[in-house]
Design a protein around this ligand. Structure first.
Ligand code: CTP
Length: 412
Protein backbone atom coordinates (compact mmCIF):
# COMPACT_ATOMS: atom_id res chain seq x y z
CA UNK A 1 0.00 0.00 0.00
CA UNK A 2 1.38 3.47 -0.81
CA UNK A 3 1.37 6.13 1.89
CA UNK A 4 -1.77 7.76 0.53
CA UNK A 5 -5.09 8.26 2.20
CA UNK A 6 -7.92 6.27 0.82
CA UNK A 7 -10.85 8.58 0.09
CA UNK A 8 -13.05 5.56 0.87
CA UNK A 9 -12.74 6.60 4.48
CA UNK A 10 -12.21 10.21 3.58
CA UNK A 11 -15.37 11.60 5.11
CA UNK A 12 -12.86 12.22 7.89
CA UNK A 13 -9.98 13.97 6.21
CA UNK A 14 -11.33 15.00 2.79
CA UNK A 15 -9.73 17.84 0.85
CA UNK A 16 -12.11 20.76 0.37
CA UNK A 17 -11.47 23.67 -1.95
CA UNK A 18 -13.55 26.53 -0.55
CA UNK A 19 -14.31 29.50 -2.78
CA UNK A 20 -15.45 32.50 -0.76
CA UNK A 21 -17.45 34.99 -2.83
CA UNK A 22 -18.38 38.55 -1.97
CA UNK A 23 -21.29 38.99 0.37
CA UNK A 24 -22.06 39.77 3.95
CA UNK A 25 -22.46 35.98 4.47
CA UNK A 26 -18.70 35.57 3.87
CA UNK A 27 -18.18 35.89 7.62
CA UNK A 28 -20.14 32.64 8.06
CA UNK A 29 -17.57 30.91 5.83
CA UNK A 30 -14.98 31.47 8.54
CA UNK A 31 -17.17 29.44 10.87
CA UNK A 32 -17.58 26.80 8.13
CA UNK A 33 -13.78 26.48 7.90
CA UNK A 34 -13.61 26.02 11.66
CA UNK A 35 -16.25 23.27 11.58
CA UNK A 36 -14.60 21.50 8.65
CA UNK A 37 -11.22 21.53 10.38
CA UNK A 38 -12.77 20.22 13.56
CA UNK A 39 -14.12 17.26 11.56
CA UNK A 40 -10.60 16.55 10.29
CA UNK A 41 -11.04 17.89 6.75
CA UNK A 42 -8.35 19.88 5.02
CA UNK A 43 -9.47 23.21 3.60
CA UNK A 44 -7.78 25.29 0.95
CA UNK A 45 -9.41 28.67 0.40
CA UNK A 46 -9.83 30.87 -2.65
CA UNK A 47 -11.00 34.41 -1.99
CA UNK A 48 -12.59 36.46 -4.78
CA UNK A 49 -11.88 40.19 -5.06
CA UNK A 50 -15.42 40.89 -3.80
CA UNK A 51 -15.01 38.34 -1.01
CA UNK A 52 -11.90 40.18 0.17
CA UNK A 53 -14.10 43.22 0.83
CA UNK A 54 -15.86 41.20 3.56
CA UNK A 55 -13.22 38.93 5.06
CA UNK A 56 -9.47 39.32 5.01
CA UNK A 57 -7.07 36.77 3.54
CA UNK A 58 -5.33 36.85 6.90
CA UNK A 59 -8.35 35.68 8.90
CA UNK A 60 -9.24 33.03 6.31
CA UNK A 61 -5.63 31.83 6.06
CA UNK A 62 -5.17 31.59 9.81
CA UNK A 63 -8.24 29.34 10.03
CA UNK A 64 -7.32 27.10 7.07
CA UNK A 65 -3.68 27.03 8.17
CA UNK A 66 -2.75 27.43 4.51
CA UNK A 67 -2.10 30.12 1.93
CA UNK A 68 -5.22 31.84 0.57
CA UNK A 69 -5.35 31.90 -3.25
CA UNK A 70 -6.59 35.14 -4.80
CA UNK A 71 -5.09 35.81 -8.22
CA UNK A 72 -5.30 34.03 -11.51
CA UNK A 73 -2.17 35.69 -12.77
CA UNK A 74 -0.07 35.65 -9.64
CA UNK A 75 3.37 34.28 -10.39
CA UNK A 76 3.85 33.12 -6.84
CA UNK A 77 0.49 31.31 -6.82
CA UNK A 78 1.19 29.66 -10.16
CA UNK A 79 4.70 28.70 -9.08
CA UNK A 80 3.33 27.01 -5.97
CA UNK A 81 0.35 25.35 -7.63
CA UNK A 82 -1.13 25.96 -11.08
CA UNK A 83 -4.85 26.72 -11.23
CA UNK A 84 -5.66 23.44 -12.98
CA UNK A 85 -3.95 21.48 -10.24
CA UNK A 86 -5.56 23.64 -7.55
CA UNK A 87 -9.00 22.80 -8.98
CA UNK A 88 -8.30 19.08 -8.99
CA UNK A 89 -6.25 18.49 -5.85
CA UNK A 90 -9.48 18.43 -3.86
CA UNK A 91 -12.25 15.93 -3.27
CA UNK A 92 -14.96 18.57 -3.42
CA UNK A 93 -15.26 22.22 -4.43
CA UNK A 94 -17.51 24.33 -2.21
CA UNK A 95 -18.65 27.85 -3.09
CA UNK A 96 -19.86 29.74 -0.01
CA UNK A 97 -21.22 32.29 -0.34
CA UNK A 98 -22.15 31.67 -3.98
CA UNK A 99 -23.11 35.10 -5.21
CA UNK A 100 -25.42 35.81 -8.16
CA UNK A 101 -22.31 36.82 -10.08
CA UNK A 102 -20.39 33.60 -9.37
CA UNK A 103 -23.44 31.50 -10.27
CA UNK A 104 -23.88 33.44 -13.53
CA UNK A 105 -20.24 32.97 -14.45
CA UNK A 106 -20.26 29.25 -13.66
CA UNK A 107 -23.54 28.69 -15.51
CA UNK A 108 -22.11 30.33 -18.61
CA UNK A 109 -18.61 28.92 -18.46
CA UNK A 110 -16.89 32.28 -17.98
CA UNK A 111 -13.34 32.11 -16.68
CA UNK A 112 -12.07 35.62 -16.09
CA UNK A 113 -10.77 35.30 -12.55
CA UNK A 114 -9.34 32.58 -10.34
CA UNK A 115 -12.66 31.41 -8.83
CA UNK A 116 -14.50 31.11 -12.16
CA UNK A 117 -11.47 29.50 -13.83
CA UNK A 118 -11.29 26.87 -11.08
CA UNK A 119 -15.00 26.13 -11.45
CA UNK A 120 -14.53 25.58 -15.17
CA UNK A 121 -11.33 23.53 -14.81
CA UNK A 122 -12.34 21.23 -12.00
CA UNK A 123 -13.15 17.56 -12.48
CA UNK A 124 -14.70 17.31 -9.02
CA UNK A 125 -18.22 17.84 -7.76
CA UNK A 126 -19.21 21.36 -6.85
CA UNK A 127 -21.48 22.40 -3.97
CA UNK A 128 -22.86 25.95 -3.91
CA UNK A 129 -24.36 27.77 -0.95
CA UNK A 130 -26.09 30.76 -2.56
CA UNK A 131 -26.45 34.06 -0.73
CA UNK A 132 -27.96 37.17 -2.20
CA UNK A 133 -30.75 39.67 -1.96
CA UNK A 134 -34.21 38.11 -2.34
CA UNK A 135 -34.97 39.99 -5.57
CA UNK A 136 -31.68 38.90 -7.07
CA UNK A 137 -32.45 35.29 -6.06
CA UNK A 138 -35.91 35.45 -7.64
CA UNK A 139 -34.75 37.19 -10.80
CA UNK A 140 -35.40 35.20 -13.98
CA UNK A 141 -31.68 35.33 -14.83
CA UNK A 142 -30.67 33.73 -11.52
CA UNK A 143 -33.40 31.15 -11.88
CA UNK A 144 -32.10 30.26 -15.36
CA UNK A 145 -28.56 30.00 -14.02
CA UNK A 146 -29.69 27.83 -11.12
CA UNK A 147 -31.46 25.44 -13.51
CA UNK A 148 -28.40 25.29 -15.77
CA UNK A 149 -26.04 24.61 -12.87
CA UNK A 150 -28.29 21.89 -11.51
CA UNK A 151 -28.43 20.28 -14.95
CA UNK A 152 -24.61 20.43 -15.02
CA UNK A 153 -24.52 18.42 -11.79
CA UNK A 154 -23.80 21.21 -9.31
CA UNK A 155 -25.28 20.51 -5.86
CA UNK A 156 -26.93 23.23 -3.78
CA UNK A 157 -27.53 23.86 -0.11
CA UNK A 158 -29.92 26.67 0.84
CA UNK A 159 -30.59 29.51 0.63
CA UNK A 160 -32.77 29.85 3.71
CA UNK A 161 -35.55 32.31 4.32
CA UNK A 162 -35.38 35.11 6.80
CA UNK A 163 -34.53 38.68 7.53
CA UNK A 164 -31.70 39.75 5.25
CA UNK A 165 -28.82 42.07 5.95
CA UNK A 166 -30.37 44.51 3.46
CA UNK A 167 -33.56 44.67 5.54
CA UNK A 168 -35.77 42.68 3.14
CA UNK A 169 -37.38 39.36 4.02
CA UNK A 170 -37.42 36.15 1.95
CA UNK A 171 -35.17 33.47 0.51
CA UNK A 172 -31.56 34.46 -0.09
CA UNK A 173 -29.83 33.91 3.26
CA UNK A 174 -26.86 31.62 3.05
CA UNK A 175 -27.41 28.22 4.72
CA UNK A 176 -25.94 27.96 8.21
CA UNK A 177 -22.39 26.55 8.43
CA UNK A 178 -23.60 23.35 10.15
CA UNK A 179 -26.06 22.78 7.31
CA UNK A 180 -23.34 23.31 4.70
CA UNK A 181 -21.09 20.88 6.60
CA UNK A 182 -23.84 18.23 6.52
CA UNK A 183 -24.32 18.75 2.76
CA UNK A 184 -20.56 18.44 2.22
CA UNK A 185 -20.33 15.20 4.14
CA UNK A 186 -23.37 13.73 2.38
CA UNK A 187 -21.73 14.44 -0.99
CA UNK A 188 -18.40 12.96 0.13
CA UNK A 189 -20.13 9.79 1.22
CA UNK A 190 -21.81 9.33 -2.15
CA UNK A 191 -18.50 10.06 -3.86
CA UNK A 192 -16.65 7.49 -1.77
CA UNK A 193 -19.17 4.76 -2.59
CA UNK A 194 -18.85 5.47 -6.30
CA UNK A 195 -15.05 5.50 -6.15
CA UNK A 196 -14.10 2.36 -4.23
CA UNK A 197 -10.50 2.42 -5.48
CA UNK A 198 -9.82 6.04 -4.46
CA UNK A 199 -6.39 6.32 -2.85
CA UNK A 200 -5.05 3.24 -4.68
CA UNK A 201 -2.70 3.21 -7.63
CA UNK A 202 -2.73 0.85 -10.59
CA UNK A 203 -0.57 0.10 -13.57
CA UNK A 204 -2.07 -1.45 -16.67
CA UNK A 205 -0.19 -2.76 -19.71
CA UNK A 206 -2.11 -2.78 -22.97
CA UNK A 207 -1.77 -3.34 -26.70
CA UNK A 208 0.87 -5.20 -28.65
CA UNK A 209 4.59 -4.60 -28.68
CA UNK A 210 6.59 -3.98 -31.85
CA UNK A 211 9.98 -5.64 -32.01
CA UNK A 212 12.20 -4.17 -34.70
CA UNK A 213 13.97 -6.38 -37.22
CA UNK A 214 15.48 -3.50 -39.16
CA UNK A 215 14.52 0.18 -39.60
CA UNK A 216 11.38 -0.70 -41.60
CA UNK A 217 10.23 -4.11 -40.35
CA UNK A 218 9.04 -5.40 -37.04
CA UNK A 219 7.45 -8.39 -35.29
CA UNK A 220 3.96 -7.63 -33.97
CA UNK A 221 0.59 -9.22 -33.21
CA UNK A 222 -3.06 -8.41 -33.68
CA UNK A 223 -3.82 -6.94 -30.27
CA UNK A 224 -5.91 -3.74 -30.52
CA UNK A 225 -5.45 -2.59 -26.91
CA UNK A 226 -9.25 -2.34 -26.51
CA UNK A 227 -9.44 -4.64 -23.47
CA UNK A 228 -6.42 -3.16 -21.65
CA UNK A 229 -7.52 0.43 -22.32
CA UNK A 230 -11.04 -0.39 -21.10
CA UNK A 231 -9.57 -1.79 -17.88
CA UNK A 232 -7.47 1.34 -17.35
CA UNK A 233 -10.64 3.44 -17.87
CA UNK A 234 -12.70 1.34 -15.44
CA UNK A 235 -10.04 1.47 -12.73
CA UNK A 236 -9.74 5.26 -13.16
CA UNK A 237 -13.52 5.65 -12.94
CA UNK A 238 -13.42 3.65 -9.71
CA UNK A 239 -11.01 6.24 -8.34
CA UNK A 240 -7.60 4.59 -8.78
CA UNK A 241 -4.60 6.59 -10.00
CA UNK A 242 -3.81 4.74 -13.20
CA UNK A 243 -0.64 4.53 -15.27
CA UNK A 244 -1.48 3.03 -18.65
CA UNK A 245 1.56 1.60 -20.41
CA UNK A 246 0.56 1.09 -23.99
CA UNK A 247 2.23 -0.43 -27.01
CA UNK A 248 1.42 1.01 -30.46
CA UNK A 249 -2.39 1.13 -30.83
CA UNK A 250 -4.84 3.04 -32.98
CA UNK A 251 -7.22 3.92 -30.13
CA UNK A 252 -7.24 6.93 -27.78
CA UNK A 253 -6.16 6.66 -24.16
CA UNK A 254 -9.11 7.01 -21.77
CA UNK A 255 -9.44 10.25 -19.79
CA UNK A 256 -7.91 10.56 -16.35
CA UNK A 257 -4.95 8.20 -16.72
CA UNK A 258 -1.21 8.77 -17.07
CA UNK A 259 -0.29 7.38 -20.47
CA UNK A 260 3.18 5.98 -21.17
CA UNK A 261 3.69 5.01 -24.81
CA UNK A 262 6.20 2.27 -25.57
CA UNK A 263 7.17 0.17 -28.58
CA UNK A 264 9.07 -2.87 -27.40
CA UNK A 265 8.73 -5.42 -24.59
CA UNK A 266 11.89 -4.15 -22.98
CA UNK A 267 10.57 -0.57 -22.98
CA UNK A 268 7.29 -1.84 -21.54
CA UNK A 269 9.11 -3.60 -18.70
CA UNK A 270 11.16 -0.47 -17.92
CA UNK A 271 8.00 1.68 -17.88
CA UNK A 272 6.20 -0.84 -15.64
CA UNK A 273 9.06 -0.83 -13.17
CA UNK A 274 9.10 2.98 -13.16
CA UNK A 275 5.36 2.94 -12.35
CA UNK A 276 6.04 1.05 -9.10
CA UNK A 277 5.08 1.17 -6.30
CA UNK A 278 1.51 0.40 -7.30
CA UNK A 279 -1.25 -1.38 -5.42
CA UNK A 280 -2.66 -3.08 -8.50
CA UNK A 281 -1.05 -4.36 -11.71
CA UNK A 282 -3.07 -5.63 -14.64
CA UNK A 283 -1.01 -7.02 -17.52
CA UNK A 284 -3.34 -7.04 -20.48
CA UNK A 285 -0.70 -6.38 -23.13
CA UNK A 286 -0.02 -8.97 -25.80
CA UNK A 287 3.72 -8.76 -25.36
CA UNK A 288 5.76 -10.28 -28.19
CA UNK A 289 7.46 -13.33 -26.72
CA UNK A 290 10.44 -12.97 -29.00
CA UNK A 291 12.40 -10.16 -30.59
CA UNK A 292 14.92 -10.26 -33.40
CA UNK A 293 18.22 -11.10 -31.86
CA UNK A 294 19.82 -8.33 -33.90
CA UNK A 295 18.05 -5.09 -34.78
CA UNK A 296 19.82 -4.37 -38.08
CA UNK A 297 20.94 -0.75 -38.43
CA UNK A 298 20.15 -0.77 -42.17
CA UNK A 299 17.29 -2.32 -44.11
CA UNK A 300 18.08 -5.99 -44.76
CA UNK A 301 18.42 -6.44 -48.52
CA UNK A 302 17.54 -9.39 -50.73
CA UNK A 303 20.79 -10.87 -51.95
CA UNK A 304 19.49 -13.36 -54.47
CA UNK A 305 20.55 -16.23 -52.22
CA UNK A 306 18.32 -18.01 -49.71
CA UNK A 307 16.72 -15.53 -47.23
CA UNK A 308 18.81 -14.86 -44.13
CA UNK A 309 17.46 -16.79 -41.12
CA UNK A 310 15.80 -14.58 -38.52
CA UNK A 311 17.43 -15.36 -35.18
CA UNK A 312 15.14 -14.66 -32.22
CA UNK A 313 15.82 -13.86 -28.58
CA UNK A 314 13.26 -14.24 -25.78
CA UNK A 315 11.75 -11.07 -24.37
CA UNK A 316 11.51 -10.36 -20.65
CA UNK A 317 8.22 -11.40 -19.07
CA UNK A 318 6.66 -8.30 -17.54
CA UNK A 319 3.91 -10.11 -15.66
CA UNK A 320 6.41 -12.52 -14.08
CA UNK A 321 8.81 -9.68 -13.27
CA UNK A 322 6.09 -7.74 -11.43
CA UNK A 323 4.78 -10.86 -9.67
CA UNK A 324 8.24 -11.77 -8.43
CA UNK A 325 9.42 -8.25 -7.71
CA UNK A 326 11.68 -8.55 -4.65
CA UNK A 327 10.44 -5.49 -2.74
CA UNK A 328 7.75 -3.69 -4.74
CA UNK A 329 5.36 -6.45 -5.72
CA UNK A 330 1.92 -4.89 -6.23
CA UNK A 331 -0.63 -6.22 -3.75
CA UNK A 332 -2.76 -7.66 -6.52
CA UNK A 333 -1.22 -8.80 -9.81
CA UNK A 334 -3.60 -9.81 -12.59
CA UNK A 335 -2.49 -11.39 -15.83
CA UNK A 336 -4.26 -12.48 -18.98
CA UNK A 337 -3.97 -15.78 -20.75
CA UNK A 338 -4.54 -15.72 -24.46
CA UNK A 339 -5.16 -19.32 -25.44
CA UNK A 340 -6.48 -21.20 -28.42
CA UNK A 341 -7.08 -24.52 -26.63
CA UNK A 342 -7.46 -25.98 -23.09
CA UNK A 343 -8.32 -22.53 -21.72
CA UNK A 344 -8.52 -23.20 -17.99
CA UNK A 345 -5.70 -25.80 -17.64
CA UNK A 346 -3.35 -23.50 -19.58
CA UNK A 347 -4.45 -20.51 -17.51
CA UNK A 348 -3.78 -22.43 -14.27
CA UNK A 349 -0.31 -23.33 -15.48
CA UNK A 350 0.35 -19.67 -16.28
CA UNK A 351 -0.91 -18.55 -12.87
CA UNK A 352 1.59 -20.88 -11.21
CA UNK A 353 4.46 -20.20 -13.60
CA UNK A 354 4.19 -16.41 -13.56
CA UNK A 355 3.32 -16.06 -9.87
CA UNK A 356 0.37 -13.69 -10.34
CA UNK A 357 -2.79 -13.71 -8.20
CA UNK A 358 -5.48 -13.89 -10.88
CA UNK A 359 -5.58 -14.79 -14.55
CA UNK A 360 -8.24 -13.53 -16.93
CA UNK A 361 -8.30 -16.34 -19.44
CA UNK A 362 -9.67 -15.72 -22.90
CA UNK A 363 -9.96 -17.84 -25.98
CA UNK A 364 -8.29 -15.99 -28.84
CA UNK A 365 -9.01 -18.55 -31.55
CA UNK A 366 -9.72 -16.58 -34.75
CA UNK A 367 -13.30 -17.95 -34.88
CA UNK A 368 -14.15 -16.13 -31.61
CA UNK A 369 -13.10 -12.74 -33.02
CA UNK A 370 -11.64 -11.58 -29.69
CA UNK A 371 -8.44 -10.11 -31.11
CA UNK A 372 -9.48 -6.69 -32.39
CA UNK A 373 -13.18 -7.35 -31.68
CA UNK A 374 -15.46 -5.55 -29.23
CA UNK A 375 -16.59 -8.55 -27.14
CA UNK A 376 -14.76 -10.95 -24.91
CA UNK A 377 -15.64 -14.23 -23.20
CA UNK A 378 -13.42 -14.81 -20.20
CA UNK A 379 -12.90 -17.10 -17.26
CA UNK A 380 -11.48 -15.47 -14.13
CA UNK A 381 -9.04 -17.92 -12.58
CA UNK A 382 -7.88 -17.35 -9.00
CA UNK A 383 -5.86 -19.58 -6.68
CA UNK A 384 -9.03 -21.29 -5.49
CA UNK A 385 -11.78 -20.70 -8.02
CA UNK A 386 -12.79 -20.38 -11.64
CA UNK A 387 -15.56 -18.05 -12.73
CA UNK A 388 -16.86 -18.23 -16.27
CA UNK A 389 -18.29 -14.86 -17.31
CA UNK A 390 -20.83 -14.54 -20.12
CA UNK A 391 -19.78 -12.97 -23.41
CA UNK A 392 -19.70 -9.23 -22.75
CA UNK A 393 -18.50 -6.08 -24.48
CA UNK A 394 -14.88 -5.44 -23.49
CA UNK A 395 -15.79 -2.36 -21.45
CA UNK A 396 -18.21 -4.44 -19.37
CA UNK A 397 -15.56 -7.10 -18.81
CA UNK A 398 -13.36 -4.22 -17.61
CA UNK A 399 -16.11 -2.86 -15.36
CA UNK A 400 -16.62 -6.28 -13.78
CA UNK A 401 -12.92 -6.77 -13.27
CA UNK A 402 -12.62 -3.35 -11.60
CA UNK A 403 -15.56 -4.31 -9.36
CA UNK A 404 -13.88 -7.59 -8.43
CA UNK A 405 -10.63 -5.76 -7.67
CA UNK A 406 -12.48 -3.24 -5.47
CA UNK A 407 -14.20 -6.10 -3.61
CA UNK A 408 -10.83 -7.77 -3.06
CA UNK A 409 -9.34 -4.60 -1.56
CA UNK A 410 -12.43 -4.04 0.59
CA UNK A 411 -12.06 -7.63 1.88
CA UNK A 412 -8.36 -7.35 2.69
N1 CTP B 1 3.17 -11.26 -20.59
C1 CTP B 1 4.11 -10.34 -20.18
N2 CTP B 1 5.33 -10.33 -20.77
C2 CTP B 1 5.64 -11.22 -21.73
C3 CTP B 1 4.68 -12.16 -22.14
C4 CTP B 1 3.45 -12.16 -21.57
O1 CTP B 1 3.82 -9.54 -19.29
N3 CTP B 1 6.83 -11.18 -22.29
C5 CTP B 1 1.86 -11.29 -19.90
C6 CTP B 1 0.68 -10.88 -20.73
O2 CTP B 1 0.46 -9.49 -20.62
C7 CTP B 1 -0.42 -11.69 -20.10
C8 CTP B 1 0.28 -12.94 -19.63
O3 CTP B 1 1.65 -12.61 -19.53
O4 CTP B 1 -0.92 -11.05 -18.96
C9 CTP B 1 0.13 -14.13 -20.49
O5 CTP B 1 0.38 -13.83 -21.81
P1 CTP B 1 0.21 -14.93 -22.94
O6 CTP B 1 0.61 -14.35 -24.25
O7 CTP B 1 -1.13 -15.57 -22.81
O8 CTP B 1 1.22 -16.03 -22.47
P2 CTP B 1 2.71 -16.27 -22.77
O9 CTP B 1 3.53 -15.79 -21.64
O10 CTP B 1 3.05 -15.73 -24.09
O11 CTP B 1 2.77 -17.85 -22.74
P3 CTP B 1 2.48 -18.88 -23.93
O12 CTP B 1 3.39 -18.48 -25.03
O13 CTP B 1 2.82 -20.18 -23.31
O14 CTP B 1 1.03 -18.79 -24.26
Amino acid sequence: MTGETKTGDARMGARILLIVGGGIAAYKSLELVRLLKKRGHRVRAVLTAAGAAFVTPLSLGSLTGDKVYQDLFSLTDEAEMGHIELSRAADLVVVAPATADLMAKAANGLANDLASTLLLATDKRVLMAPAMNVRMWRHAATERNLATLKADGVAFVGPGEGEMACGEYGPGRMAEPAEILAAIEALLEVGAAARPLAGLSALVTSGPTHEPIDPVRYIANRSSGKQGHAIAAALARAGARVTLISGPVAIEAPPGVTLVKVETAREMLAAAERALPADIAVCAAAVADWRAERDAAQKIKKTGDAPAPLALAENPDILAALSHHPFRRPKLVVGFAAETEQLVPHARLKLAKKGCDWIVANDVSPAGGVMGGDDNTVVLVTATAEEAWPTLPKDQVAERLAGRIAAEFART
